[in-house]
Design a protein around this ligand. Structure first.
Ligand code: NDP
Length: 306
C-alpha cells in the first residue's frame, strides 16, 4: 500500500497554500482535488479583493496559478475523491474513489463548503440558466433586469444590496416575518429603494423556458400565492461544510464545521489539520482560506518533526 507523508484533501486556496508550504518544506505532499477542482472560486468571475492584484484576477486564473505554484515545488496533484478515511489510528488509512488504498502520516483537510439550495427540481433545472448561489459571481449578467434573492441572513442582505446596484429591482424572499441579518445589514436593505422584501414567503417553483428563468411562484405563510417576473434567482440560504467523510470520527460543531483549537489548525485528532471554509463559518474569504492553509502546513510540519 502506498505510504505518504502529507495528504491534502481539497484544491481551493486553502489546499493549494498548504501544498505550497509543505512542498517547500520537503514533505512531498499529495493533494487530491476532489469533485470540484479549484473549489468555489472557479465559479466566480473576477476577484478584486485578493491583495496583490490591483486590477483584479479571474477566479479560474487564480486557481490555475495556485496549482502551478504548488506543482513547481513538487506537490503531487491527483484527480480523485477521498471516499473513506479511518481516523482511529495512525497512519490514517484512506480510500480513494472507492478503490485505491493508501496510508498517510498526516492529513490536511481543506474540503471547503458548498452553497445550500432549496431542493426544488425547477431550481436544479435552471442552475446556470438564471439560478445561482453567488450574486457577486453572476450578478453582472442581470444588469438592469429584475431578480430575486432567497434568504434573510447577512449573505442575503449583502447580495441583495450588491444586486440592487446593478439590477432594476431586487425581491428578497424571506420565510420569516423578520430578517436574521445584523441591524446594520438590515438598515442597508431598507434604505435601498429598489429592494422589496417579501416576508413570510416561500418559493414553490422557479419558472422558466428555453431562455432560462422567467419568474418564481411564491406562497405566503397564509397560503396566498403570487408570481413574480424575474430573470435571476439567487440563493443565499447558507453553506454547508463538506465534512460528511469525517462524521462520527472528528469533533464537528452543530452545523458540521470542523472544530479546531483556537488560533491553530489542530483538530480533535492528532495529525489531522483543517484549513479554509471547512472550519470557518464566518469569514469564508479566499485570503482567509489561504492564510489558514499556511497555518495548517506549519502545524503539520511541526507535528511531523516531533
Ligand atoms: P445564515 O444561516 O445566517 O442565514 C441563512 C438565511 O437563509 C436565513 O434567513 C434563513 O432563514 C434562510 N434560509 C435557510 N434555509 C432556508 C430555506 N430552506 N428556505 C428559505 N430560507 C432559508 O447564513 P448566511 O450565509 O447569511 O451567514 C452565515 C454567517 O456568515 C453568519 O454568521 C453571518 O453573520 C456571516 N456573514 C457575515 C457578513 C458580514 O458581516 N459582512 C456577510 C455574510 C455572512 P431563517 O432565518 O428563517 O432560518
Amino acid at each position: 500500500m502506498e505510504h505518504i507523508k502529507v495528504l491534502i484533501i481539497g484544491s481551493g486556496p486553502a489546499g493549494f497554500t498548504a501544498a505550497i508550504y509543505t512542498a517547500r518544506a520537503n514533505l512531498q505532499p499529495v493533494l487530491y482535488e476532489g469533485i470540484e477542482p479549484g473549489g468555489q472560486l472557479t465559479t466566480t468571475t473576477e476577484i478584486e479583493n485578493f491583495p496583490g492584484y490591483p486590477e483584479g484576477v479571474d477566479g479560474n486564473q487564480m486557481m490555475a496559478d495556485l496549482r502551478r505554484q504548488a506543482e513547481r515545488f513538487g506537490t503531487d496533484i491527483r484527480s480523485g475523491q477521498i471516499t473513506r478515511i479511518d481516523l482511529s489510528k495512525r497512519p490514517f488509512h484512506v480510500t480513494v474513489d472507492g478503490t485505491t488504498e493508501l496510508e498517510a502520516e498526516a492529513v490536511i483537510v481543506a474540503t471547503g463548503a458548498s452553497a445550500k439550495y432549496l431542493g426544488l427540481p425547477s431550481e436544479t433545472k435552471f442552475r446556470g440558466q438564471g439560478v445561482s448561489a453567488c450574486a457577486t459571481c453572476d450578478g453582472f449578467f442581470y444588469r438592469k433586469k429584475d431578480v430575486a434573492v432567497v434568504g434573510g441572513g447577512d449573505t442575503a442582505c449583502e447580495e441583495a444590496t450588491y444586486l440592487a446596484s446593478l439590477c432594476r429591482k431586487v425581491y428578497m424572499i424571506v420565510r420569516k416575518p423578520y430578517l436574521r441579518a445584523s441591524k446594520a445589514m438590515q438598515e442597508r436593505v431598507f434604505r435601498t429603494g429598489n429592494i422589496e422584501v417579501l416576508f413570510e414567503h416561500n418559493t414553490v417553483e422557479v419558472l422558466g423556458d428555453d431562455s432560462g428563468v422567467t419568474g418564481a411562484l411564491l406562497r405566503r405563510t397564509d397560503g396566498e400565492e403570487r408570481t413574480i417576473e424575474i430573470s435571476g434567482f439567487f440563493l443565499a440560504i447558507g453553506h454547508h461544510p463538506n465534512t460528511e467523510l469525517f462524521a462520527g470520527q472528528l469533533d464537528l460543531d452543530a452545523e458540521g464545521y470542523i472544530r479546531t483549537e483556537p488560533g491553530t489548525s489542530k483538530t480533535s485528532i492528532e495529525g489531522l489539520f483543517a484549513a479554509g471554509d471547512v472550519k470557518d463559518p464566518h469569514y469564508r474569504q479566499a485570503i482567509t482560506a489561504a492564510g489558514s492553509g499556511c497555518i495548517a502546513a506549519l502545524d503539520c510540519e511541526r507535528f511531523l518533526l516531533k
